[in-house]
Ligand binder design. Structure first.
Ligand code: ADP
Ligand code: MG
Length: 715
């Protein structure tokens, strides 16, 4: 309707589009085919794709020919290896060459639906094929004719079945069929057709983002071949070659893009740190620093004193390794040299806790400490901001409130971010933007595999705190099923009787089942009324207002509550050394790294601490994972296992690494990560500068990848 009404203007739009497409096309062919210009040709340029269909493609994120070519199959059907019926395994997916023994028998079942069945056979056996609600099937498959059927082999009481197999004439050449992620109204088959057309538009030579020299050195196929074979491979080998090449290209693009960001952020620092105050700071501490902590502090001070550019350092240390003291020491030195320092934490609770720690430590010094979080009253925030801008606060602790436009510093010399994995690259740079190239210190407990770290934190120097404070005893971890819950409760009761405190992490609820909060509240109420009626129990969950959360946390910290029932809001950083037990319900629903973070809430003081995992799940993976938790306290080992078992998507949660979305590469694929690192080194060595003319196509890809994430683009 809309189109008919506006038919006049529609013509105009089409004309305009046609000219643009022409220009893009001309550009494409003249330059010998640049992928980048394919992203300028709209998908509707393919025949058979009108505005309606184009909208469906858009739903899948496909707007241009380039997008379409980059829309790689989700999986493949291997019609290449035809199996004999007698060899089929139940539950497997297979292709058979078989003849219809009978014509299709349609039967109506309840609700007016149709179920169609027939027997098919080859020289080794027979099976039944079944289709639901397909009125046309009986006219498509003929008795006595041979076909290829592809589908999952299942069994009913009468023997083997294939339900709704795909099929084609037996004489059709067998091949590997791409299966695409589809959407309502746009089945995989139609996408396949469009891809075929788009591929036919590719010129013989494409400007390859990976130059010939690089491909030759690392045995990678060219882009055209890779694109043709990722969509329509003729063999498993071809597919592997194509995948390898595309994965490597994507990771190299990411790698070099991150390196570019690094150059970009390294500038001369106007912050002059000439004196080291870390010894003076150590006298303020109630404990002796570990050697690892001292090393990390020294690394920072050396960076700030000796490097011409600003410090860019990541301090990575397992939960409880004492990163806060390291940061505090560095802040102290910066402040004593006459600059301001900012310390940004991901949550209200953490910010407040850090604030209190710093206030206590610096009580007898001249350092003026401030707190700025979203939860403060507007008038309060205003006051803090004014003092900050006037230079009346030396060290400010806060949340994201620190990076809003309203916050100004007098002379910011150091920005610290705690639990770095919670912040994106952009937030990190916004904090830095509050000063004139201030030094940067980021802290993270999320141990990431080395190769991935090189990419994510490639622009950072790294200090690793590989030592826990000496008084620390490793947390003992056990796995109970829910029948043993009473034992767990009794144990908690005895610890509380000894003066310790305990965390109980609520069951996670299945999505759509119940509200997390309702579940947490019910669970806590149950405990308060029955199990621990005589013990003060607090509840904290994610939907509480932050001042409510703070109040509960405060009461737990001060010992008023002996037990804290919590959802995963306590996951990050909270420090209550007197807590000696953490009990985690539905342990199987958490990722290993998350469990490790939770476990890190205990074992922070001199008391032997315990982690009780509750889970009834019997599956092999659950078993393996919970056993890993029981057998080691080593965060790096656990992160590796986690990555191996779950893949990086889950590992990082909502893309917490702040990297752009990948089309084909997988961050868990350590081998490809390593190879991409090597190739990136090679490219930088061979071509010196990313602006080198021969890297034009590569540069275009870098811009495209980082554009998607809203990062700066290369000029
Ligand atoms: P994380 O690295 O997880 O941020 P924290 O900085 O919160 O760890 O430190 C955990 C606990 O260990 C805190 O209670 C802190 O006071 C204590 N701590 C830190 N360093 C030492 C040390 N060298 N000796 C003893 N206790 C320490
Ligand atoms: Mg911490």
């Amino acid at each position: 309707m809309l189109y008919r009404k506006q038919s006049g203007t529609k013509e105009c739009i089409y004309m305009m589009l046609a000219t643009q497409i022409d220009a893009a096309h001309r550009l494409f062919y003249k330059k010998g085919g640049n992928m980048a210009s394919l992203y300028k040709i709209p998908i509707s340029n393919l025949s058979g794709i009108g505005p309606k269909r184009a909208e469906l493609f858009a739903k899948l994120g496909i707007n241009s020919i380039g997008d379409l070519l980059n829309f790689y199959p989700r999986t493949y059907e291997d019609w290449n290896s035809v199996e004999k019926i007698e060899n089929l395994e139940y539950g497997s997916t297979a292709c058979i060459r078989a003849t219809l023994a009978t014509s299709i028998n349609d039967a109506r079942i309840s609700g007016g639906r149709i179920i169609s069945k027939a027997m098919v056979f080859d020289e080794t056996g027979s099976l039944q094929i079944v289709f639901f609600n397909n009125r046309f099937i009986s006219s498509m498959l003929k008795s006595g004719t041979e076909y290829l059927f592809y589908g999952k082999v299942t069994a009913d009481t009468y023997g083997a079945q294939m339900i709704a197999p795909t099929f084609s004439a037996a004489q059709d050449s067998t091949n590997i069929k791409p299966i695409y992620r589809q959407t309502a109204g746009l089945p995989s088959k139609n996408i396949e057709k469009a891809v075929k057309q788009a591929l036919s538009m590719l010129p013989k030579t494409i400007n390859d983002p990976l130059p010939q020299q690089v491909r030759g050195a690392f045995d990678l196929c060219d882009l055209g071949t890779a694109l043709r074979n990722i969509h329509f491979p003729k063999s498993g080998d071809e597919l592997e070659q194509a995948r390898k090449r595309l994965i490597i290209e994507e990771l190299v693009v990411l790698n070099l893009g991150m390196r570019y960001l690094q150059d970009y952020s390294r500038e001369f620092s106007g912050v002059k740190i000439s004196d080291d105050y870390s010894d003076e700071f150590e006298t303020l501490l109630p404990f002796t620093l570990t050697n690892a902590q001292k090393r990390a502090i020294l690394d920072c001070i050396t960076d700030m004193k000796q490097k011409r550019t600003q410090m860019n350092r990541l301090v990575q240390g397992d939960v409880g390794s004492g990163k806060t003291a390291v940061a505090a020491s560095v802040c102290y030195t910066v402040v004593k040299n006459g600059f301001q320092a900012a310390f940004m934490a991901p949550t209200e609770i953490l910010a407040r806790q850090h604030y209190e720690t710093f206030c206590k430590l610096l009580k007898n010094t001249d350092v003026r400490v401030g707190l700025l979080t979203g939860a403060l009253k507007e008038s309060e925030k205003k006051k803090v901001r004014k003092r900050l801008a006037d230079g009346e606060i030396d060290l400010i602790i806060g949340t994201h409130a620190l990076i809003t436009d309203k916050t100004e510093f007098n002379n910011l010399g150091l920005a610290v971010t705690d639990e770095q994995h919670r912040f994106g690259v952009a937030q990190r740079s916004r904090l830095l933007g509050k000063g004139k190239n201030p030094h940067l210190l980021v802290m993270s407990a999320t141990p990431i595999p080395r190769t991935l770290g090189l990419i994510i934190f490639g622009d950072l120097d790294i200090s690793i705190i590989n030592e826990l404070p000496p008084s620390r005893k490793p947390v003992k971890t056990v796995w109970f099923n829910s029948n043993q819950r009473d034992r767990a409760y009794n144990f908690i009761r005895s610890e509380v009787a000894d003066g310790r405190q305990a965390y109980i992490v609520c069951p996670l609820v299945e999505e759509g089942e119940l509200d997390d909060v309702v579940a947490a509240e019910e669970y806590a109420a149950e405990l308060m009324l029955r199990e621990f009626a005589d013990i003060p129990v607090g509840l904290v969950h994610g939907q509480m207002k932050s001042d409510e959360k703070d109040e509960v946390m405060q009461r737990f910290v001060s010992g008023e509550y002996s037990i804290l029932v919590a959802t995963t809001v306590i996951e990050v950083g909270v420090d209550v050394p007197n807590a000696s037990v953490i009990m985690i319900e539905n342990a199987e629903r958490f990722g290993l790294s998350q469990l490790h973070q939770l476990r890190g809430r205990v074992g922070r003081g001199q008391f032997q601490s315990y982690c009780i995992l509750i889970s009834d799940k019997k599956g092999q993976t659950t078993k393996e994972r919970l056993e890993v938790m029981c057998s080691t306290n080593d965060g790096f080992k656990i992160a590796d296992e986690d990555l191996r078992m779950r893949g990086p998507g889950d590992f990082f949660g909502e893309r917490q690494h702040g990297l752009p979305q990948m089309a084909i590469a997988d961050f868990a694929d350590a081998k490809s990560l390593e190879l991409s690192q090597k190739i990136s080194d090679y490219i930088m060595f061979a071509y010196k500068d990313i602006r080198n003319e021969e890297l034009r196509a590569l540069k275009a890809e870098i811009n495209r990848l980082f554009d998607r994430g809203g990062h700066n683009s290369l000029n």
